[in-house]
Design a protein around this ligand. Structure first.
Ligand code: LIP
Length: 269
């Protein structure tokens, strides 16, 4: 088994187990919502922490020398070439409200480059996976099939997903940006979990996605899945995708969406 295959198998196993555990723990109520983070809208539940603990334990048991970066526990160093980038629940608000679009997102980097990405969406019964150079696939009850982004969709026919931050000042600007986008595209979707938005794009179910303020653990697995599905992921003016801004679309839509967004200054707060 190659290193890529080993990492993929482990990521699939851990994401599946974590997803099942999280589904079994719903509904999350009262004291389980332990605290808010950056603002009252930014919640973290005991389940975010329990899920990350499970993921970290499983990685440590299988590959003790690997580094791990997790949303809840931060960074831990390792001695191997592999670093895991983990979001135990991406879309925590959806999870709390029992809306289906939340995921367990697990990526594995080799020498600083994402090599494997798995996004498990338990309430949809979907597992999205990609290996660098090996394509992206969707597993569900119907079996397994390759993923492909839409290509060459003109802006006025593009369905575009986006998301919003937690701070009200940022949200006010994001609303202004949205006002500049909405008249020029087919419509907007706000799913609530950027990893799922990226996989939805990879599956050709939306034509573009943009957001300000997402972290590496939100986008690491989904970015590889989009790229391996033939899509482009980047920032503004040729920058890399990151917390400043992430834009993703099929190759024929990316530039037009970028040129619509850039003058609206979407990375500003
Ligand atoms: C979520 C992101 C999403 C964003 C949400 C939230 P979390 O991450 O995936 O794109 O729009 O507001 O930040 O906090 O649930 O892991």
């Amino acid at each position: 088994m190659s290193l890529h295959e080993e990492l993929l198998e482990l990521a699939l196993e851990i994401a599946g187990e974590t997803g099942r555990m999280l589904v079994g723990k719903r509904p999350v109520e009262g004291p389980a919502v332990v605290q808010t983070k950056s603002s009252p809208t930014d919640v973290v539940t005991q389940m975010d922490r329990a899920a990350e603990q499970l993921i970290v334990e499983r990685i440590r048991a299988a590959r003790p020398a690997d580094a791990i970066l997790g949303e809840e526990s931060g960074a831990s160093a390792g001695g191997s070439a592999v670093r895991w980038v983990v979001d135990p629940i991406d879309g925590t608000v959806n999870y709390l409200y029992d809306l289906p679009d939340w995921s367990v997102s697990i990526a594995a980097e080799i020498d600083g480059r994402t090599a494997v990405g798995v996004v498990e969406v338990p309430r949809r019964g979907e597992t999205y996976l990609a290996v660098r150079g090996g394509g992206a696939r969707l597993r569900d009850a119907a079996g397994e099939r390759p993923l492909r982004c839409t290509a060459d969709v003109p802006l006025n026919r593009a369905l575009v997903a986006t998301g919003f931050g937690y701070e009200s000042r940022r949200r006010a600007h994001q609303a202004r940006v949205l006002t500049g986008v909405l008249p020029h595209v087919r419509d907007i979707r706000r799913g609530g979990a950027c990893s799922v938005d990226l996989c939805t794009l990879a599956a050709g179910r939306v034509d573009g996605y943009y957001e300000r303020g997402v972290q590496l653990w939100d986008i690491a697995a989904g970015t590889l899945i989009v790229e391996e599905a033939g899509g482009r992921v980047g920032g503004l003016h040729g920058a890399a995708p990151g917390p400043e801004f992430v834009l993703a679309a099929g190759p024929g839509t990316f530039e037009a969406l970028h040129d619509l967004l850039a003058p609206l200054d979407p990375a500003r707060d």
